[in-house]
Design a protein. Sequence first.
Length: 500
Amino acid sequence: MPGPDDKIYTRRKASDTVRVAITLPGRDMREGPVKFSGTITGDMMERMRPDDNQVAATSARLSELGFEVTSAGQFSISARCSRRVYEQLFGTKLTRHRLPFNEGERRQANAFYFPEKDAPWNPRDEFAGMIDDAYIQWPHIYMNTLFPGPTTAMPPTVGYHHLRVPGDVTMLLSADRVHRSGITGRGVKVAMIDSGFVMDHAYFTARGYQTQTVLAPGATDTGLDGNGHGTAESANLLAMAPDVEFIGVKLDNESFPANGATILEGLQTAMQHNPQVISVSLGYDMCPSNIFGDRTSNMHLTALPNSLKALEAEIRAIAASGTIVVFSAGNGHVAFPGMMPEVIAAGGVFVEQDGTMRASDYASAFSSKIYPGRDVPDACGLVGMASNGAHYIMLPLQPNCEIDRQNGDSTARDDGWAVISGTSAAAPQLAGAIALMLERNPGLSAADIKAVFDQTSRDVTIGNANPASNENNGGIIAGPGRDGATGPGLVDVMAAVALV
């Protein structure tokens, strides 16, 4: 039984909350995915997998010690506690950090507590056998541009080249031809993890999509999306696959964004619904200048920070279970988890008004240093150009939300529409394309889908992608055949579905 002073401190202010990912030692090993220093193979993952009783017992003990256990996956437990609880249980000192951010990153929730570089680390003795490690989770990035009221089903008019959903997007990716053949994603369950989903917007209700919104731990208000990112990007996915069973996993907390859910908690929540596809237009930047403001170096990391290894382990387990996971490649970010070999990374192609295709210089392209031999992207969706702030696709969102107010796209600040893009748009486009492929052939693996994209995507031979670091100062140039800028090119859904 715990002693009278075991529960150190349970009350906490919203601004004092620490979000923690706790990995566990495996049932056959003393080390888990954080402390293990070697290459983790599929067999090693199985040996590291904790059993259900171990997860339950650890969760109970953490609750006794002052944690709020929010969700659990196959390799990790997500929890929250006060700064004081974390400092006392792990013998360390936390200070408040604020991540620098580029366009598309969180404006309200980018402050968090984290130990200083030389802070002490003296966990309680009982943790030695109970957990593998515990790491505070960084704020994530929405990979889109970021410069309640009535809505309309029809978008406003703006005086420059842009695309509309669903028609322009489905035409350019040839999904409309697949729809006419009767393949619309019916019977395929797709989860999308994002800021929130306002599905009573007139655009969505006019089309009768089958959707539901669930809250990840810490998120609030299923009917609101104060940021607007998730609502907008869901329109890309539903344009591509209008009859999927859509599950929106909301991450944001409307009253205090910093207390919203982490990507890890979002994935753990999504897997409770057994999706066949998960789409995530978020991530973390593995370029030190963007992570910690070190402007002396713009070279990306060669090893994954321990604080993200719980997320890495869960994604590997999800992919191994057969669920297809799609992540954005980034907009100038060296994006994780988009760089993981197990996921499908979405890059960007810009199609001009005359039909000319070029690599988007707003979309990231890079070779990972963390996963040698891994080139990003795997295939491309539609993304605008940096020269006009990636204003490219007219998308519905909550009126007067953050993007609606700040986007600077010539639409009204409170009309519930915005012209945006980024690889945030490309990821759900690819996820929708994959849903169509799975309706045709439910047995497809991620490797199968990558191979199909390699064989059927439309080759992009001009333009250059965002270099994502100073290692490619001139950008990564597109050329005939597979290239580093666009991978195999812009997805051709009609050709892909025909091949499967």
